[in-house]
Design a binder for this molecule. Sequence first.
Ligand code: PHE
Ligand code: NA
Length: 460
Amino acid sequence: ASAASESAKSHPMWSSRMAFILAASGSAVGLGNIWKFPYITGENGGAAFVLVYLLCIAIVGIPIMIAEVMIGRRGGGSPLQSMRKLVADSGLSSRWKWLGGMGMLASFLILSFYSVIGGWAMTYVGNSVSGNFVGATTEQIGAIFGNLLGNPGELLLWHTLFMSLVILIVARGIRSGMEKAINILMPLLFVLLLVMVGYAMNTDHFAAGFSFLFSPDFSKLTTEGVLTALGHAFFTLSLGMGVMMAYGSYLPKQVSIVKTAVTVSVLDTVVALLAGLAIFPLVFANGLEPGAGPGLIFQTLPLAFSQMPGGVLFGTLFFVLLVVAAVTSAISLLEPVVEWLEEKPAISRFGATLIAGLSVWLLGIVTVLSFNVWADVTPLAMFERFEGKTLFDLLDFVTANLMMPLSGLLVAVFVGWFMSKQITEGELKLGNGLALNVFMFVLRYLTPAAVLVVFVYNLL
Ligand code: PHE
Ligand code: NA
């Protein structure tokens, strides 16, 4: 039976280069693009911040994405398994394998709260369709958000629905589950986004939104802004989580890693900029604050939808877009752990998904309760840095500010300094000249230096 189950476990592959691009950009394009990018851009004064962010994508994001996909493809297994193999092939200490383990743990932890926020987006689809925002005042819209967060039963219900959807897709496997879902969801996302931008173009304030995003005023740029931009480059490209390693392990050998990583990064960036072009004209047209913070799309934007003609339709479209983006990212967050469990001879794909999914769901309850019943539970309050931080805030902090940059830094150091260079040559096919040397230089010096700065700053 064990031989049969093992032969049944031949490692699947994405069906094409396009399938990988859609899956990886499905992972990259998420709440980070549509929720986080607009509000941090708003908080940091617009175009100058955007410019720094673009630089970070180029210098830090793309090289690390290339490195992670390469580790995955060469290793051919879960992040832990792939690292184990590469370390053995390069004759290095087996401790390096924990780099893969850390990514897997980070993706597991992140999914537990990503799913709860995905659930918020789902309730906002319901609120938009049923016209709850029509003519609503700022207070009423604030109350809708507040009531949602204050109600653990409702949060749990939507978290459960969101995770069920993710489990259903992932359980069916790379080709018949994830690829099929992504092939429908990603084009849908692009169409919805273009409709939203089209609408924004027809408001009187499109030019204001456009120049907010694209005509830089460097006096508005702060150190804090530069660091935020760098941190976000990680989050938005799904780096430091084992996700790109896991997805890379299903990438056929003949596909160019460099070209695909650049394509995915460009797509992610384009979506973030389009989201900005869809959102800021509405913000300006309605006299709202671009620097409203995390509530920008859950509190500010519904106010815009409440006042504009066709607000029910466009509000609904917008939140459907948000759910779609969140789902394709969430499935990528479940994959590293599922792939790892699936490597155990006794565990099937379905079993692996169920075990991983249910554990994530269970952990998600911590986030659900952090907004209400446990709102006053702040276990690290004795440190000034963590005063008032709930369990959810701590999870977010540990993953986004510690695990992600640390794992990204180590990936760059591992590939730049330790892993055998023949592996890089063989996988990237950049020849042995200028292109490879530029890549190695960036990965050895620029990327680690940039990440180190953010990392240390976030700690202090
Ligand atoms: N890149 C996703 C976003 O922008 C978030 C994410 C991070 C997804 C890490 C997977 C892994 O929303
Ligand atoms: Na993103």
